[in-house]
Design a protein around this ligand. Sequence first.
Ligand code: S3P
Length: 170
Amino acid sequence: MGVVDGRHLVLVGLMGSGKTTVGRVVAQRLRRELLDSDFMIEAREGRTVRAIFAEDGEDAFRAIETDVLVEALAAEDRAVIAAAGGVVLRPENRAALRESGARVVWLRADPATLVERVKGGVHRPLLDDDPRGTLERMYAERSDLYREVADAIVMVDNRSVNEIVEAVLR
Ligand code: S3P
């Protein structure tokens, strides 16, 4: 576990890849706080991710997301940061991840796995219509961006939460 000491550990990946679930267990194991960017956004705004998308649009959401990412990376105590799926879209966010020196792990999953896992989530308005097609498109559009920011890639298909946690800690 020594490798992650002294640096933030950031989990990235598409919606449904398990960032929050895995992040929670990893944070417990490392005795760190979990900073989840969507939760931080909702706490700061006093409204849901869905409401922000509906009322102000995606660009406004992305601007808040950048603020929150920068805030999380600036936290003094080393944390586990679950960064929402779209965090890699903005070049400034990718630069912030790089410049922070955080260790970034990409939880990589096939779109088919993700489609099963996102059922029932409420904070993902982008998946309201055609979740499968949208996740396949996002996988194609974002894979290079996740790869760009990642220090390590953990495959999550057909693995239990505990197996993924162990792989992340390694
Ligand atoms: C998004 C991912 C969601 C949430 C929003 C947009 C995206 O977070 O921020 O619905 O563009 O990938 P999770 O990755 O935590 O589901």
